[in-house]
Design a protein around this ligand. Structure first.
Ligand SMILES: [Zn+2]
Length: 72
């Protein structure tokens, strides 16, 4: 059986990492990059508190991209 693995560039450090169930931090290459990105994003959202609707969209996309996360 051939795994359909695609590679994506980490938004934080641009390192290519596999988009697979083995990488719970995708699209980031590691939990560290994920925290860095979330930290920056949190700072921005504190500066612009009116963008809560975008926050909801981001979480929806996350669920859609990680179907294994729930509904089991
Ligand atoms: Zn990274």
């Amino acid at each position: 059986m051939i795994e359909n693995t695609s590679f994506i560039a980490c938004p934080t450090c641009q390192i290519k990492s596999a988009w697979s169930n083995d990488n719970p931090d995708r699209p980031f290459c590691s939990a560290r990059c994920k925290l860095i990105d979330l930290g920056e994003w949190a700072s921005e959202s504190y500066a612009i508190p009116q963008q809560t609707s975008e926050e909801d969209e981001i979480f929806s996309e996350d669920l859609a991209a990680n179907p294994n996360k729930s509904f089991l």
